[in-house]
Every structure is written in structure tokens, then in C-alpha cells.
Design a protein around this ligand. Structure first.
Ligand SMILES: [Fe+2]
Length: 143
């Protein structure tokens, strides 16, 4: 069942919200791809599809974190470095997943989906939202 983006998840900065929505689209694409597939990396087709998904996730992460961090720096956000640590940990995890796929280690598509879901719940809906509240108070943007 696809995850539906809701305005409730918006942090109030249009550029960032649009990127977060694209993360959810990516999550849904990944889920759809594997819905009817075997849960193992036993065949090359699953392996290549999974590798492409992880590459797309890396591309998203580099672009999106740069955007978010620019807003943090421009608004002199005191929690910037704490927040950035979470971004860096995400990228590190994506590289680990890439390596695992290349080395055919036992990682299931469900593991990738769970990783993305936990980021959505633990980061986007919490720490990004906290930054959005700060930014709106400091700079003032229409949500
Ligand atoms: Fe963030």
C-alpha cells in the first residue's frame, strides 16, 4: 500500500517540502518494485534493480541535504551540526547498502524499505520539522 504524502508532513519551506515529497515517491517506487518479487538477492535482476534504487537514493540524499543545509546556514541554525550528523549518517548507510548489494550480501528489499521508512518517521517528521519551525519563526515564510 503506497505511503500518501499529507500536508501535515510539510515543514513549511516549499523547496524542502517538494524534495521530501519526492523522497516518498521514491519510497513508493521501491515498494512497488519489490511487492511481487522474491525477498532475496538470489537473482541478478533483483540485485540490479536494488542497486539502481540505492543509487537514486544517494543522488537524492546529496542534492536534498545540500538544499536543507543551505537553509540552516543562511538562518544561523544553532542545531546545524547536530542535524548534519544525521545527514552524514544517512549517506554513510546508503554507501554501506551499495557495497552490500555489490558484494551480494544478504540484504532484502524490505531492509531498504524499512531504512527509508524509519528516516521518514524519525528524521523528516521530527528533526526536519523542528528546523522548519525555527526557520519560519526566524525568517518568516508562508506555509
Ligand atoms: Fe534533515
Amino acid at each position: 500500500m503506497p505511503f500518501i504524502w499529507d500536508k501535515f508532513y510539510n515543514i513549511g519551506i516549499n523547496e524542502i517540502d517538494a524534495q521530501h515529497e519526492s523522497f516518498v515517491n521514491l519510497l513508493n517506487r521501491v515498494s512497488e518494485t519489490y511487492e511481487n518479487m522474491s525477498n532475496s538477492l538470489g537473482n541478478d535482476e533483483v540485485k540490479m534493480k536494488m542497486y539502481l534504487d540505492v543509487l537514486n537514493l544517494r543522488k537524492y540524499a546529496f542534492n536534498h541535504f545540500l538544499t536543507e543545509e543551505k537553509y540552516m546556514i543562511s538562518s544561523k541554525y544553532q542545531q546545524y551540526f547536530e542535524h548534519k550528523k544525521q545527514h552524514d549518517a544517512f549517506i554513510k548507510k546508503v554507501f554501506e547498502l551499495e557495497e552490500a548489494v555489490i558484494n551480494s550480501q544478504e540484504i532484502s528489499p524490505q531492509k531498504l524499505i524499512n531504512f527509508m521508512l524509519s528516516w521518514l518517521e524519525g528524521h523528516i517528521q521530527k528533526v526536519d520539522k523542528a528546523f522548519g519551525n525555527y526557520y519560519k519563526a526566524m525568517v518568516g515564510v508562508k506555509s
